[in-house]
Design a protein around this ligand. Structure first.
Ligand SMILES: NC(=O)c1ccc[n+]([C@@H]2O[C@H](COP(=O)([O-])OP(=O)(O)OC[C@H]3O[C@@H](n4cnc5c(N)ncnc54)[C@H](O)[C@@H]3O)[C@@H](O)[C@H]2O)c1
Length: 279
């Protein structure tokens, strides 16, 4: 979608971090933006940050884990702006190491990180198809969707799933003129380490406990991570140029190459593929 001016973006998790930065990047390109978020105060503060800028940015409360809530937020965006073109399924929460995590913790992370994306696609796809002006989904995964090395299983599982859903959607929607990007950042300096602040009552309170050394290390890496605005600039370019994978951290390429090589090494044990054997 080369020309963003005058079009509309809808961003879940838009009150903080990467979502808020994407909202600024899209608004700077002349888009109207709807911020959808579960946290009322940061949502208000985010909207206040646009006051006086001449940008058309609004907010709507939304819990992406509940389909009715996403459907309501989608309708609010359509009512406010007429049409929505770019849908960023970005809201997400982080989880703990596998041995620490309860089944309700698993469900919380899956409902927000995975079902949130499913809900966003379901709520907006008929609308994007119907207005015929083209559209674009940006689904926020993570490098954890490719590199599961640190053992945060629920988070990793949801991010692998978001990569998989997005790859399938891109193929499926190309004929409709609807693009898809999957955002796969490494460490970004946001509030993700404090995800428990957004845990809905339905999932109960997470038991208080001391952070493990790995968790402390990760919180440090996030704190010192890339600026959200730099990530958002890459996302905006990906939407404009219809790029599918949005990678952000060059230093994560070698471990990714190693992982792919492990697949290939295992595969080569089967012998040559039929075509190779013929040539
Ligand atoms: N920060 C990183 O290092 C990093 C790396 C890779 C991927 N990500 C992904 O980026 C996305 C954005 O996270 P962030 O790092 O900006 O963190 P953040 O905590 O700063 O922002 C997340 C936003 O999502 C909102 N949110 C949480 N649960 C919600 C729900 N149920 N419904 C609606 N909104 C909800 C929060 O209120 C918050 O505004 C997430 O999907 C995260 O997994 C982050």
């Amino acid at each position: 979608m080369r020309d963003l001016a005058g079009k509309t973006a809808f961003v879940t998790g838009g009150a903080s971090g990467i979502g808020l930065a994407m909202a600024h990047a899209f608004a700077d390109a002349g888009m109207r933006v709807m911020l959808a978020d579960i946290e009322p105060k940061p949502l208000e503060a985010a909207l206040a940050g646009f006051k006086g800028s001449g940008r058309e940015v609004r907010g709507v409360p939304c819990d992406v884990a509940r389909y009715e809530s996403v459907e309501h937020a989608a309708q609010a965006a359509i009512d406010a702006f007429g049409k929505v073109h770019v849908v960023c399924n970005n809201a997400g929460v982080s989880s703990r190491n596998a041995e620490e995590i309860s089944l309700t913790d698993w469900r919380w992370v899956i409902d927000v990180n995975l079902m949130g994306v499913v809900h966003g696609v379901r709520a907006f796809l008929p609308h994007l198809r119907s207005h015929g002006e083209g559209g674009h989904f940006v689904n926020t995964a993570s490098m954890a969707g490719f590199l599961p090395g640190i053992g945060f299983s629920p988070y990793t599982a949801t991010k692998f799933a978001v990569v998989g859903i997005s790859e399938g959607l891109a193929t499926q929607l190309a004929a409709d003129g609807i693009g898809v990007s999957v955002l796969c950042p490494g460490w970004v300096s946001t509030n993700i380490s404090d995800s428990g602040r957004n845990r809905q009552a339905a999932y109960g309170q997470a038991p208080a406990r001391v952070l493990t050394d790995v968790e402390k290390k990760i919180a440090e890496l996030v704190k010192d991570g890339m600026k959200p605005a730099d990530v958002a600039a890459l996302v905006r370019k990906a939407v404009q140029e219809n790029e599918f994978y949005v990678f952000t951290h060059p230093h994560m390429r070698p471990p990714l190459e190693k992982r792919v090589e492990r697949f290939m090494a295992a595969y080569r044990k089967l012998g040559p593929a039929p075509q190779e054997a013929r040539s």
